[in-house]
Design a protein. Structure first.
Length: 115
């Protein structure tokens, strides 16, 4: 399994960023796709998830209404649209693919939100 995250960068507070996670190496139809983040000095935390069939979706309370997880079946890519960004959203964002007790991780992509 290979997960390649991209789309991070520097953005001003209130702005938007779209992260992408290209998944390859197997068929992901039974997987739950997830986004996590790790802010400086903090533990990694769950941000959002969705089953590959699109439902259900779950979000960290602090990002509900601002972040949206979605997927592109044709390109086997999962996206995280992040709007109304806040400084506290600054973190390295990781995508992951989970099947039962097994989770595969991709490399993170840094999102820095400036004031």
């Amino acid at each position: 399994v290979q997960l390649q995250a991209s789309g991070g960068g520097l953005v001003q507070a209130g702005g938007s960023v779209r992260l992408s996670c290209a998944a390859s190496g197997r068929t992901f139809t039974s997987y739950v796709m997830k986004w996590f983040r790790q802010a400086p000095g903090k533990e990694r935390e769950f941000v959002a998830s969705m089953s590959w069939n699109g439902v259900p979706t779950y979000y960290l309370d602090s990002v509900k209404g601002r972040f949206t997880i979605s997927k592109d079946n044709a390109q086997s890519t999962v996206h995280l649209q992040m709007n109304s960004l806040k400084r506290e959203d600054t973190a390295v964002y990781y995508c992951a693919a989970a099947l039962g007790p097994t989770t595969y991780w991709g490399r993170g992509t840094l999102v820095t939100v400036s004031s």
